[in-house]
Design a protein around this ligand. Sequence first.
Ligand code: RAM
Length: 346
Amino acid sequence: MRFSNIMRGRHGRVAGVAAAFAVSAIVLAGCSAPAGDTGASGEANYNIVVMPKSLGNKYFGASDAGAKSAIEGFGGTYSEAGSNEAAPTSQSPFIQTAIQNGAGAIILAANDPQAVCADLESAQAAGIKVVTFDSDTNCRDAFINQATVDGVAQGLVDLAIAKFPTEPAQLAIESGGPNATNLNAWVDAIKSKIAEQAPNIEIVDVVYGNDVDADAYNAAKGVITAHPDLDGIIAPDSVSVKEAAHYLSDTPELQGKIWLTGLGLPSELRDYVKAGVFDQFGLWDVGALGQLAAYTAKALIDGEITGAEGDTFSTPIGDYTVGKGGEIVLGPLFVFDAKNVDDFDF
Ligand code: RAM
């Protein structure tokens, strides 16, 4: 069963097809049309370059596959560009290449709110529409938010409170890139919600795995070693939760002692959940996130929206309204467990 079917059933809205993911190769935009809304022929310029935080992260493999299916569906040209490093300025050279190649739009998940703004502003000055998704910048036409910050944080905090309703508990947060807008917003919201809603729970540390498998594994090991009384970890990025589960799986004496939850992919976590290494995690329809970013880029190129609050547009996956600050929200957090994890194919 695809996630879109579940979303349609649970929330009464068609959430789109989560396309099968694949780790994408670096493909630079091979665009030839002039930048801007229309090419020399007056045709809309649907050459769209998708820039994930980094390549090799299956989360972005799934989102970019969704963007590719949407872009090709409306007759555009999809390309993906990025490096293996989720560093603040790692996308800069790819933005410059997209400008030189005359892209019609750039779709980007930012590693830092500000670091690529000079490059993105050059792109906008050249007539390129800029859509951020997953992690925002201070410089774009619209931002596709997978779920509200409050919704993501409350979903994870609810799981923590269900596990530790009254007894004193020490939890750590293991995040990904230390500058990422989305992750830092979620970490702050988790901390403040725990402080307000669960005085019995203490957040004793926040550590970072940099969206890199080995770093994330070592961050889990390090924080558990540094805090002998630690009861659990909340890991709000897909690499951290996967690698924390990997470390717990390698260390059987910690299973049952260290509780874990986070945001991750069913395909990467199903074996750990079914083996009882941990019980529950959250996420959203990652393919639909990429699709919505692509349809938003098209709506901007077509002049159907400008990114102003109240703009509305229709897409094959539903009707959307641009919210405050140019934000468009995909949908709510969904919780996976051993019973439903096999129903999802991303
Ligand atoms: C990681 C990224 C991304 C986040 C997901 C849950 O792959 O850090 O930004 O949204 O996890």
